[in-house]
Design a protein around this ligand. Structure first.
Ligand code: PMP
Length: 405
């Protein structure tokens, strides 16, 4: 086949593939519940919609500077000062078509072939594939205790002379845990000692519960933005429910931003102008929207963890952030892909197999949807798997009887 070996080795994003599968089932009239989806249900903030619409109405929709429109970069600079207590210059900011593109752009700009990137399991599905796409080598560090919190000794053991970077995502997709201040401080110190980049994927940084706080990496370095190797990634997708705007950004030293800008100029030229203006509207508008989303999600989290607590044999670490949890279903099936398929077939519930995140035996459930979807979804899963649950259930208007136990 005349297709590149590397391209052929890249797996499809399993979450996007599941979105498509759920959409097709819904189109066929099936009463699917989607607990796989990584996006909140709320409408985009009004300030984002009005700003984007006003820009669109001008009819003047042209290329923008590659690194982003100056007014959005200014809003990002202010956001960084307010949330990270760091004054950065516009030249430290590059806007991309989503945090996903920011991360790819960073990896492409720092990696030489065969450079290693440490990824902490459980990890976001795209990291290893992106590293491979940049001819790098993903090095996965899995906590030996089977938990979700990385240990410094385990990370340190994975560092080699080829290590170029470590990616740290807290609050964490898929586990929902928030790493401690100590952990972040230790990773920052390790990176500084070894001269490696720390890519801090902060896309969920304000979606935290029970008064928790996601410690920002930049707080633990005394170096200024030009000399630190910490790169911060953020965006409007998750906190403002603006996944379809596709606006994210990276904060890094000016030299790296310049290189990333050259790279981006050869790929997408720039993010879409009216979507950039929309993101600016969200960042400059009332921030109560983020808090109300956080409260809704926290309530969903409470319900989902309570329901999972009453699921025979399932163990769930209570998430402190994001809109995901990663319960252990190995009592039912160690093969998470098979289990996820079974749940889709029997109960019409979409879940994401833990294997995709480097945690076999687990399933990632999203509680970003409506409370009804969350409760009905878990009830259906119980019906499909848990012999202690009622034998009958309604799926849509169909009464279903469990006959396989
Ligand atoms: N990082 C993590 C950990 C994510 O979960 C996601 C989205 N699922 C992204 C980055 C990418 O977000 P964006 O929509 O801004 O590309």
């Amino acid at each position: 086949m005349s297709i590149s070996t590397l391209a052929r080795s890249i797996a499809a994003s399993p979450t996007l593939a599941l979105n498509e599968e759920a959409r097709l089932l819904r189109e066929r009239g099936e009463a699917v519940i989607h607990l796989g989806i990584g996006e909140p249900k709320n409408r985009a903030p009004m300030t984002a919609i009005l700003s984007a619409a006003a820009k669109l109405n001008t009819g003047d929709i042209k290329y923008t500077p590659t690194d982003g429109i100056p007014s959005l970069k200014k809003a990002v600079v202010r956001y960084t000062e307010e949330n990270y207590d760091r004054v950065v210059a516009p030249e430290n900011v590059i806007v991309s078509a989503g945090a996903k593109q920011s991360i790819f752009n960073i990896l492409y700009s720092i990696l030489n072939p065969q450079d290693e990137v440490i990824i902490l399991a459980p990890y976001w599905v795209s990291y290893p594939e992106m590293v491979k796409m940049c001819y790098g080598v993903p090095v996965i560090v899995t906590p030996e205790d089977g938990g979700f919190y990385p240990r410094l000794q385990e990370i340190e053991r994975a560092v080699s002379s080829s290590t170029k970077a470590i990616i740290v995502n807290t609050p964490n997709n898929p586990s929902g845990v928030v790493f401690s201040e100590d952990t972040i401080a230790q990773i920052v110190a390790l990176c500084e000692r070894k001269g490696i980049y720390m890519i801090a994927d902060d896309i969920y940084h304000k979606l935290v519960f029970d008064g928790a706080h996601a410690p920002p990496a930049l707080k633990y370095t005394t170096k200024d933005i030009e000399s630190t190797k910490i790169i911060v990634v953020n965006g409007v997708s998750k906190l403002y429910g603006m996944t379809g705007f596709r606006i994210g950004w990276a904060i890094a030293n000016k030299k790296l931003v310049e290189v990333m800008t050259n790279v981006q100029s050869q790929i997408t030229s720039c993010a879409s102008p009216f979507l950039q203006v929309g993101a600016e509207g969200a960042l400059n508008g009332l921030q109560g929207i983020v808090e109300s989303l956080r409260l809704t999600i926290e309530n969903n989290r409470n319900v989902v963890t309570q329901e999972l607590g009453a699921f025979t044999g399932v163990r769930c670490v209570k998430p402190q952030g994001t809109f995901y949890c990663l319960p252990d279903f190995s009592a039912y099936n160690r093969d998470s892909i098979a289990l996820s398929k079974f749940l889709l077939k029997k109960a019409l519930v979409v879940t994401v197999p833990g294997k995709e995140f480097g945690m076999e035996g687990h399933l990632r459930l999203s509680y970003a949807g409506s409370l009804k979807d969350v409760t009905d979804g878990v009830a259906r899963m119980k019906w499909a798997l848990d012999p202690n649950s009622p034998n009958e259930i309604y799926i849509g208007d169909k009464k279903m009887v469990r006959d396989w136990m």
